[in-house]
Design a protein around this ligand. Structure first.
Ligand code: NCD
Ligand code: ZN
Length: 348
């Protein structure tokens, strides 16, 4: 097979940032994806409907001429989030999810939730109106080993939360463990998970063996090989509960390459070539469209895109970084040359 045509994919977890970084990274997502769930962890975070409307306008203004891309906005859940504001932003069609960051779990999460009792009212309202909660699933307890934080989160926080608000639709974002995969599989409806590009490719050795590689450092941190294999199996299976969320999270090289470097991999430009390579390697090219283009819209109650994207066999030279007015941003290096590249995108 030399050409592969899919319905245009969507990215169900994307960091676009703001200002110069937004202008530099947005064209890369808009080139391959029709829609994306936009993460709200700006400084200050996108907390209210008015914040989301203003951020959406900045994204639309930064889109290249003629681009065919719809940002699906989210709100950043805080202990002071007003259920009426959330419901109004959802009713107007502006927001498609609310994002839960445990306070201190990751980049710009200081305003996140520490006391879960304080968000019970918002969660109940979201359950009533069918608005999904996207969850950064890591505990922040400093006594819990960083490689165990996702598994402990499921037991200590997520499962109890879902029992308290059983109707709430939940997306476990960027799962990195077999426990995450297994937990999602115990539920037939109302629970899904995004899987990133990089977690299908790297394990923790890539970060730490033979020298420290800051460009592979992201949160949740990549785990053991057995977990990567569990993610690969889930993503390539076609199971509707698993869908693509790149978690493309650009930081400038100076911000990554320092004694306390930032977490995040920038995968927007080469996600689709990498995924085609990975799915082909696993004999699952036929399931790539489910993972990247069909399962996400079905979970979010949206139609799949009617436009298409075409990938072609071959590996033209790819850039290693992009330049932004804030500095260079390194593009994720999968450690192999993807055997596919994007050659066409039709509009609907
Ligand atoms: C994200 C970022 O930089 O905003 N970083 C990351 O490593 N994924 C935050 C996040 O999604 O955890
Ligand atoms: Zn993220």
């Amino acid at each position: 097979m030399t050409h592969l045509t899919l319905r245009t994919p969507d990215d169900w977890h994307l960091h676009l940032r703001d200002g110069a970084m937004l202008r530099a990274v947005l064209p890369h997502s808009a080139a391959h994806f029709a829609r994306a769930i936009i993460m709200p962890n700006l400084v200050p975070p996108v907390v209210t409907g008015a914040d989301a409307a203003a951020y959406r306008a900045r994204i639309m203004a930064a889109l290249p001429e003629g681009a065919d891309f719809i940002p699906l906005m989210t709100l950043y859940l805080t202990e002071d989030t007003d259920p009426d504001d959330v419901a109004a932003a959802h009713a107007s069609g502006l927001i498609h999810a609310v994002k839960l960051y445990p306070a201190g779990a990751t980049t710009n999460s200081a305003s996140g939730v520490a006391n879960f009792d304080r968000v019970q009212g918002v969660l109940e309202r979201m359950a009533q109106i069918g608005l999904p909660l996207c969850v950064h699933g890591e505990v922040t307890d400093p006594t819990v080993d960083i490689f165990d934080r996702e598994a402990v989160f499921i037991d200590r926080i997520l499962d109890p939360l879902r029992r308290r608000v059983p109707v709430l639709k939940v997306v476990m974002e960027h799962i990195t463990t077999s426990q995450g995969v297994d937990y999602v599989k115990t539920h037939d409806t109302g629970l899904g998970a995004t899987i990133t590009t990089h977690h299908l490719v790297i394990n923790r050795n890539h970060i730490l063996a033979g020298g420290i590689r800051p460009h592979y450092y992201c949160l949740p941190v990549a785990k053991r090989e057995e977990h990567r294999l569990a993610l690969r199996a889930a993503a390539t299976s076609g199971d509707a509960r698993f869908f693509l969320g790149t978690d493309s999270a650009p930081h400038t090289d100076p911000a990554k390459l320092q004694p306390c470097g930032c977490a995040g991999c920038f995968t927007a430009p080469n996600t689709m070539p990498i995924l085609a390579h990975v799915f082909e390697q696993d004999g699952a090219l036929a399931n790539l469209e489910s993972f990247a283009s069909l399962n996400g819209p079905a979970f979010y109650g949206l139609p799949p895109n009617s436009s298409t994207i075409t990938l072609t066999k071959g590996a033209p030279d790819q850039p290693t970084h992009i330049d932004t007015d804030d500095g260079p941003v390194t593009i994720f290096d999968p450690g192999f040359t993807p055997d596919w590249h994007v050659t066409a995108r039709s509009s609907c």
